[in-house]
Design a protein around this ligand. Structure first.
Ligand SMILES: Nc1nc2c(ncn2[C@@H]2O[C@H](COP(=O)(O)OP(=O)(O)O)[C@@H](O)[C@H]2O)c(=O)[nH]1
Ligand SMILES: [Mg+2]
Length: 208
């Protein structure tokens, strides 16, 4: 009985968050500080513990913590980036990998302008799980830009995923590829900016 109450409370909390996000997406462009030219939804994909939450925290708050609690449900964070003189607001959705939330995933994928599919360079199985994630996000959103991203580059001495393996998968699925470290911050900002630029290019291409 107690279990049931906890589950349903959590469900309504998530539903509220979702409605709040939807309202923001439909709202004006003054949601953060100052005006923005474009708002893009970017979803993070990938297996548990590859570093999705750590990456978004590094990018948005320039912060890293070794013992993060695993993500329950979905969180989102907002950050503005400048692409030349164009102001882009990224709404970054961090999806919990737990199977129990898979029924909610389609909802969260909807309306993505781009995705970042993350693997851990020390665990090959996390790369091999990505095609399934990529197919589900493309089923819902069509051919949006996707970045296949290797994380934990600071653990180079424990690397078990050759760069070429990831590049081959990226080529097969027409995705970008890069490697970063949420821990040291190496290349994190550069990668999010590349994703923002790809979203902008895609938007301009589709609306030209
Ligand atoms: N060495 C190293 N550890 C990382 C890095 N990014 C995340 N981690 C660790 O990997 C674990 C899982 O990270 P988390 O962000 O919770 O992964 P998520 O489940 O994909 O959101 C945590 O213990 C993090 O501290 C990184 O770049 N380098
Ligand atoms: Mg997480």
């Amino acid at each position: 009985m107690t279990f049931f109450i906890i589950v349903s409370t959590d469900f309504f909390k998530r539903l509220e968050t979702y409605q709040f996000i939807e309202a923001r997406l439909k709202g004006d462009t003054h949601t953060v500080s100052g005006k923005v030219d474009f708002k893009f939804k970017v979803t993070l994909l990938g297996e548990a513990s590859v570093g999705k939450t750590s990456l978004v925290l590094r990018f948005v708050k320039d912060y890293f913590k070794e013992d993060l609690k695993s993500t329950i449900g979905t969180n989102f964070m907002i950050k503005k980036v400048d692409i030349d003189d164009i102001k882009v607001q990224l709404l970054i959705y961090d999806i919990g990998a737990q199977k129990i939330f898979s029924s909610m995933r389609a909802k969260y994928f909807q309306g993505s302008n781009a995705s970042i599919a993350i693997y851990d360079i020390t665990r090959p199985e996390t790369l091999h799980a990505l095609p399934e994630w990529i197919n589900s996000v493309r089923e819902i959103n069509g051919n949006i830009p996707i970045m296949i991203l290797g994380n934990k580059l600071d653990l180079e001495d424990q690397r078990r995923v050759p760069v070429m393996d990831a590049k081959n998968i990226a080529k097969r699925f027409t995705c970008m590829h890069a490697e970063v470290s949420a821990k040291t911050g190496e290349s994190v900002e550069k990668v999010f900016k590349r994703v923002a630029k790809a979203s902008l290019d895609e938007y301009q291409y589709c609306n030209s």
